[in-house]
Design a protein around this ligand. Structure first.
Ligand SMILES: *[C@@H]1O[C@H](CO)[C@@H](O)[C@H](O)[C@H]1NC(C)=O
Length: 272
């Protein structure tokens, strides 16, 4: 290696160095991109901004939010969820605007007893109205390693993805009378908190505080430039992936919950 490098002309080496620095700068830095909003020192940043952890104890959870506001975005974050007995805990990762008629795009991870599956809960709020829950199991253990959770929000659609696999699509059906978020800028938020009144098996399993503090970890936040995703929607491969996830891992879909919507499901369900 050493001999190889000494033979490389200096100009090439400095070019390499510049490329390395540029790539590093493009990956997110938690000091630059986010601010801790609650939980005091339960939210911690390490490695010069490369890693962030949130923790939850009996007294409080913790959370952070992006300094930037986004009007359309593609956001990727690698998250490693609370390991072991995480029953009763909820880790959120979502975009939201402010106020009574806010828009919101949600990922929520509902913890479980050791070895029992997390639930990935998703929702979309438009103009203050949600009630669009879809829930999934994951095809891996989300506590064993970091995985990438992405939100793509452009004028055509909202796409939720896990490790690049789309799991949910919310199309812009505004022309057919379904509101779509497009005017209110949103911030990215994340938090870890106690929700043992509903999170695990509908609230049956409570948080075991003997295991506190509970900790979730974050790294490699990435917000690529708009030209790479502004026009993006699912192609036939993406649609096939979504169908695979929905067939094998979806455990709740508001669109098929007839008990909840006796007059028929919301409009977007029949148009999608
Ligand atoms: C927890 O595990 C139970 C039993 O396998 C399962 O029914 C439930 O969906 C899992 N997830 C949550 C968050 O309750």
């Amino acid at each position: 290696m050493t001999t190889l490098i000494t033979k490389v002309p200096i100009g090439f080496l400095s070019l390499l160095l510049i490329i390395t620095i540029a790539t590093k700068a493009a990956a997110g830095n938690f000091y630059q991109d986010f601010e801790v909003t609650w939980g005091d020192n339960r939210a911690k940043i390490f490695n010069g901004g490369q890693l962030l952890t949130l923790s939850l104890d009996r007294a409080s959870g913790s959370g952070f939010r992006s300094k930037n506001e986004y009007l359309f975005a593609k956001l990727d974050m690698q998250i490693k969820l609370v390991p072991g007995n995480s029953a009763g805990t909820v880790t959120t990762y979502y975009l939201s605007s402010l106020g009574g008629t806010h828009d919101e795009i949600d990922f929520e991870f509902l913890g479980n007893l050791s070895g029992d599956p997390y639930i990935l809960h998703t929702n979309v709020f438009t103009q203050g109205k949600g009630n669009r829950e879809q829930q999934f199991y994951l095809w891996f253990d989300p506590t064993a390693d970091f995985h990438t959770y992405s939100i793509l929000w452009n004028p055509h659609n909202i796409i939720f993805s896990v490790d690049g696999t789309p799991i949910r699509e919310f199309k812009n059906l505004e022309s057919r009378g379904v509101p779509f978020p497009k005017n209110q800028p949103m911030r990215l938020y994340s938090s870890l908190w106690n929700a043992d009144d509903w999170a695990t098996r509908g609230g049956l399993v409570k948080t075991d505080w003997a295991h506190a503090p509970f900790t979730a970890s974050y790294r490699n936040f990435n917000a690529p430039p708009a030209q790479s995703w502004m026009g993006q929607s699912l192609d036939s491969t993406g649609l096939a992936r979504i169908h695979w996830v929905q067939r094998n891992y979806m455990i709740y879909n508001y669109c098929t919950d007839l008990k909840r919507f006796p007059q028929g499901p919301p409009l977007e369900c029949s148009l999608a």
